[in-house]
Design a protein around this ligand. Structure first.
Ligand code: NAP
Length: 337
């Protein structure tokens, strides 16, 4: 609807950037919180920075949220900021809870004081299910996080539900329990993007400027790509499809939880095989496993049941797994030419 104002934390990330484009198209005025870096780079929103209002800040410093909310007065708040890598969260436990957990609570509490009628979207995650006994997982599946990131997300999720139920001042805080969603804008520390970028570097015979992995090594070294557990099972969708679900979740009259997933499960090996096939290569010739990329506690199988989203929101994923892989590989072939 024209004239609405949306404030997005984590606007420069994968989802924040697609959501920004989506909301601008709908006539929204969009603002976002960005962590200031030395180069003043805006990540994925660099190309439409003129169309959005940027507030520099950090979820760990609630004053920056306060200033932005007082100044912008949004109708909708999308809390997407987090330290979003489950594997890295094992070595960054305190930052995980402070940003992903307590940071979300700062957003909820400051919004309650400054813009009490604003609707809030909380970016919950399928990682909260841990290693679930129930397959597929839906909104009623018990939460049992298996990494610090997921534990912090569970805290934020529980605080959202509590704020929603508070009889004194109930807040509209809806939670999208999103399963993995990928795109050419996915961070290079995520396995799907690491694969698509590696395929591109190998196919293009790239020798310099190869992106680095979590260990600070080029993702392709001596012609090989190192991955963790090839049998890990995930339900992978395409990020722009999931942005539509987020928006629909926020247009409901009553705040609720929604699982957003494709309902299709693939292994990391499936993804690698499919990605190398896009460029007519055999993944067996290039992929090696390395225990450093296996988390100390395994999560999964993550397999979503999005029946509620289909019934209530009329949402269904549009992009098939093979198309997702193809989109990512083609984008990286151009990027790492
Ligand atoms: P992303 O690309 O990693 O983006 C996260 C954003 O949060 C980045 O813009 C990052 O900014 C920002 N951020 C990190 N720490 C911050 C801090 N202290 N203060 C302010 N901003 C901070 O993640 P995404 O894939 O877009 O995901 C969006 C949200 O959905 C995240 O909360 C993620 O955990 C959740 N989620 C994602 C998936 C998925 O599969 N993608 C699934 C379920 C849930 P910098 O660039 O400065 O680091």
């Amino acid at each position: 609807m024209a004239g609405k104002k949306a404030f997005i934390t984590g606007i420069s990330g994968q989802d924040g950037s697609y959501l920004t484009e989506f909301l601008l198209d709908k006539g929204y005025e969009v603002a976002g919180l960005v962590r200031r870096n030395a180069l003043a780079e805006l990540g994925n929103i660099e190309k439409f920075k003129e169309e959005v209002r940027i507030y520099f800040g950090d979820l760990q410093f609630p004053e920056s949220i306060v200033l932005a909310l007082y100044d912008f007065k949004p109708d909708e708040i999308y809390n997407l900021a987090s330290l979003s890598s489950p594997l890295s969260s094992f070595s960054d436990k305190f930052a995980s809870i402070m940003v992903t957990g307590v940071g979300a609570l700062h957003v909820f509490e400051r919004a309650k004081q400054i813009v009490p009628d604003a609707k809030i979207y909380q970016a919950s995650t399928s990682e909260m299910f841990g290693a679930p006994k129930q397959v597929p997982q839906n909104e009623d599946t018990p939460l049992s996080p298996a990494n610090p990131y997921a534990a912090a997300k569970e805290y934020a999720h529980r605080m959202a539900v509590i704020a929603r139920q508070d009889k004194n001042q109930p807040q509209f805080i809806a939670c999208g329990i999103l399963f993995n969603h990928e795109s050419p804008r996915r961070g290079l520390n995520f396995v799907t993007r690491k694969i698509s970028a590696a395929v591109a570097c190998i196919k293009n015979g790239r020798k310099e400027g190869i992106p680095l992995n979590e260990m600070g090594e080029p993702i392709v070294k001596n012609g090989k790509l190192k991955l963790g557990d090839l049998n890990a099972k995930r339900d992978w969708g395409y990020a722009p499809d999931y942005i539509e679900a987020m928006y629909k979740i926020m247009q409901q009259k009553i705040a609720d939880d929604f699982v957003v997933a494709t309902g299709e499960v693939h292994t990391v090996e499936d993804f690698a095989k499919e990605a190398f096939e896009v460029v007519d290569l055999n993944y067996n010739d290039y992929v090696e496993t390395d225990p450093h990329f296996v988390p100390p506690i395994q999560t999964g199988p993550l397999h979503g049941d999005a029946s509620k989203a289909k019934k209530v929101l009329g949402w269904e994923p549009k992009t098939k797994f093979s198309d997702l892989v193809r989109i990512m590989v083609h984008a990286d072939l151009a990027k790492f030419s």
